[in-house]
Write a protein that binds this ligand. Structure first.
Ligand code: BEZ
Ligand code: FE
Length: 333
C-alpha cells in the first residue's frame, strides 16, 4: 500500500513547510519506500536539488526555464535520437558514471563515452574484412589484440566497432540509410588478435540542432568531438568495456564536447609498409592503427569498485553506510 497510514509507517504532518524544513520533510515522506536503495538515492537527490535552489536563490523564471528546457529535450527525442543522453554527455555525467562503474587497474584499458550512435545491426565480419563503404575515406588497417592484466591473450571476445564516414556522419544520420556502414562486429582469435579495414577517423560535431546545442552556445562551448573509433568488448566473466581510440594531434583533443578523451586512449597512426600490405591485402602507405587492449575480469572490477566506493564515501563524510550489491545504502541494523 502506497499510503503511509495503511502501511503503518509514520508519515510526517506536512504543514507549514519552510525553506529550512522542506528538505527533511520531503526526505521523510519518501522514506516510506520499501526499497532501501531507492530511499537512499531519493534522499540524496532531494537534498542536492533543494540545496541547489537555496544556494543559487533560484528565481521562478529560472526554475520554469529549466523545466521548459527538459520539455524541449523530451520533444526532440525519437527512436534514433536521445537528447537526454546527449545532455548527460555534455554535463560530464556520462563519463562520471562510467568511471565509477568501470574502474580500471593501472594496466586496464580505460573506458570512454558510448554516445548515441551504437546500433545493434552491425554485421559480424571475419577478421581482416573491410567495414567501410566510403570511397572518400582514407583507408586504414587496424591490427589489435585483447589481453588480460597478466598479458595473456583473451580469445572469443565479441568486439563491436563503429566510426563515422569521411564527412563526419554516422550511417544512422543519413536519412537514406539502407544498410549498416562503417561498423562491424569481430571476434578475437585464439591469440587474442582482431584486425579489420576501416577509414581514418575525422572530427565531427555532436547533434547540435536541439536544446543541448542551444545550451552549448549559451555556455560559449563548441560542439565538436575529436577524431575517434569506438570499440565495445563483451565476453562472459569480463568487465564490459566501452571505449574509443582518439587520434593524436586532433584540434579538439583537449576540448572534447563530451569529455571522452583520456591520455591512455590517444594514439598515433602509422603507415602500412610493403610486407604488411602484402600480408593483409591492403595498399602500401595506407594508415595503420595498432593497439593492444587490456580487459579486466568482472571480479577484478567489482573488487576495485567496492574499494573505491568505501574510500569515496569516507572522503565525502558519508558514514553509517554499507554496500549491498556493490551499492551504498544506509546501515540501519
Ligand atoms: C559519439 O562519439 O558518437 C558521441 C558521443 C556523445 C555524444 C554524441 C556523439
Ligand atoms: Fe563517435
Amino acid at each position: 500500500m502506497a499510503n503511509g497510514k495503511e502501511s503503518g509507517s509514520a508519515a510526517p504532518p506536512l504543514l507549514d513547510l519552510t525553506i529550512d524544513n522542506i528538505t527533511p520533510n520531503t526526505i521523510r515522506i519518501n522514506s516510506q519506500a520499501r526499497d532501501a536503495r531507492l530511499k537512499y538515492v531519493m534522499a540524496r537527490l532531494v537534498s542536492h536539488l533543494h540545496d541547489f535552489a537555496r544556494e543559487t536563490r533560484l528565481s521562478t523564471d529560472e526554475w520554469m526555464a529549466g523545466l521548459n528546457f527538459l520539455i524541449a529535450c523530451g520533444k526532440i527525442c525519437s527512436d534514433v535520437r536521445n537528447e537526454f543522453i546527449l545532455l548527460s554527455d555534455v554535463l560530464g555525467l556520462s563519463l562520471l558514471v562510467d568511471s565509477i562503474n568501470h574502474p580500471k587497474p593501472p594496466l586496464g584499458t580505460e573506458g570512454s563515452v558510448l554516445g548515441p550512435f551504437h546500433t545493434h545491426d552491425a554485421p559480424t565480419l571475419p577478421n581482416g574484412a573491410s567495414m567501410t563503404s566510403d570511397p572518400e575515406g582514407e583507408p586504414m588497417l587496424a591490427l589489435c589484440t585483447v589481453r588480460d592484466t597478466q598479458g595473456r591473450p583473451v580469445p572469443g571476445v565479441k568486439i563491436d566497432i563503429w566510426e563515422t564516414d569521411s564527412s563526419g556522419h554516422y550511417d544512422v544520420q543519413h536519412a537514406d540509410r539502407s544498410a549498416p556502414s562503417e561498423r562491424a562486429v569481430l571476434v578475437s582469435d585464439d591469440d587474442g588478435r582482431f584486425w579489420f579495414q576501416g577509414i581514418k577517423p575525422v572530427s565531427y560535431p555532436i547533434p547540435h540542432d536541439g536544446p543541448v546545442g542551444k545550451l552549448l552556445q549559451l555556455l560559449n562551448r563548441h560542439c565538436w568531438r575529436p577524431a575517434h573509433v569506438h570499440f565495445m568488448f563483451e565476453k562472459e566473466g569480463w568487465d564490459h568495456l566501452i571505449t574509443a581510440l582518439y587520434i593524436r594531434g586532433d584540434p579538439y583533443e583537449t576540448s572534447d564536447a563530451v569529455f571522452g578523451v583520456k591520455k591512455s586512449l590517444v594514439i598515433d597512426l602509422g603507415k602500412v609498409d610493403a610486407d604488411t600490405a602484402a600480408k593483409y591485402g591492403v595498399q602500401e602507405g595506407s594508415w595503420l592503427l595498432k593497439h593492444d587492449f587490456v580487459l579486466t575480469t568482472q571480479e577484478e572490477t567489482e573488487k576495485l569498485r567496492d574499494q573505491n566506493a568505501v574510500e569515496a564515501l569516507k572522503k565525502l563524510g558519508l558514514h553509517n553506510l554499507k554496500l549491498v550489491d556493490h551499492l551504498p545504502v544506509p546501515d540501519v541494523d
